[in-house]
Design a protein around this ligand. Structure first.
Ligand code: BTN
Length: 248
């Protein structure tokens, strides 16, 4: 990962640019990083706040040789890599299932994974990661202020972006290597280590609607990365995607 890095002062979205490059045959591990995104994209068609010079907005193209159903688990790789990098820099962050990285209950990192595949073959997986690095509280738009935070707010000082990015890429590279060699065991065990979801009572809700909500204790993730929730009616298995969970 990161053998080739394409840097853009400004781009619509690093995920969109990575997709264009992937369609032109860009190799496994290529990184697209931008100083600023004009149209940063979030999950569920939301936009993602990505101001110039204050964050790390990047996407990685992966071309793993496994089945398409395995691809969503790759998302965990990025959350874990950022959590490890934060630890290297003396900060403690937590991962909320499946892949939000939080500090003080507020979001530090957003991850958007997109894939192109046929029945049995992955063309490419794009993991887009947005890390809020040096964003002061008052720099966030008002509607994000109580929901989002940044590394500099957490540490109380400016964080060197390039050094932090390098640490993230090194961890991603090591984790991706372990996935290709031995599967997801290492990523899962690291994920568990940083998880702030396991052991908690959670409410699982349909992120678009609100129907079918239920409450239970999050006990583990299984080999698909699904969250296992013990409810009064028994164990439920929750797949990432259109659900969101709230602490209860
Ligand atoms: C979310 O939390 O909803 C996901 C946000 C993902 C944001 C990153 S920033 C780099 C990459 N490019 C995008 O347009 N989105 C992702």
């Amino acid at each position: 990962i990161g053998r080739e890095i394409r840097f853009y002062p400004t781009v619509d979205s690093t995920n969109l640019e990575a997709k264009r490059l992937a369609q032109q045959g860009a190799p496994d591990g290529l990184i697209v990083v931008a100083e600023e995104q004009g149209k940063g994209r979030g999950r569920l068609e939301r936009s993602f706040f990505s101001p110039a010079g204050k964050g790390i907005w990047f996407s990685v193209i992966l071309r793993p040789d496994f089945l398409p159903q395995e691809a969503p688990k790759c998302t965990l790789l990025s959350a874990v890599a950022v959590a490890q990098a934060a630890e290297d820099f003396g900060m403690k962050v937590g991962i909320k299932w499946p892949n939000d990285v939080l500090a003080d209950g507020r979001k530090l990192v957003g991850i958007l994974t997109e894939m192109s595949a046929e029945m049995e073959r992955i063309h490419y997986v794009i993991i887009g990661t947005g890390i809020n690095v040096n964003i002061a509280e008052e720099d966030f738009p008002e509607d994000l202020r109580d929901k989002a935070t940044s590394l500099s707010q957490l540490k109380g000082e400016e964080i060197p972006r390039v050094a932090f990015f390098r640490a993230v890429l090194e961890h991603m590279d090591a984790l991706y290597d372990s996935i290709l060699r031995e599967g997801f065991a290492e990523v899962f065990s690291m994920w568990r280590r940083y998880s702030i979801t396991l052991g908690q009572m959670v409410r699982v809700i349909d992120a678009r609607g609100g129907k079918d909500a239920f409450t239970g204790r999050a006990v583990d993730i299984d080999e698909d990365g699904a969250l296992l929730v013990d409810t009064a009616e028994g164990r439920r298995r929750v797949l990432a995607g259109d659900v969101s969970i709230r602490p209860q």
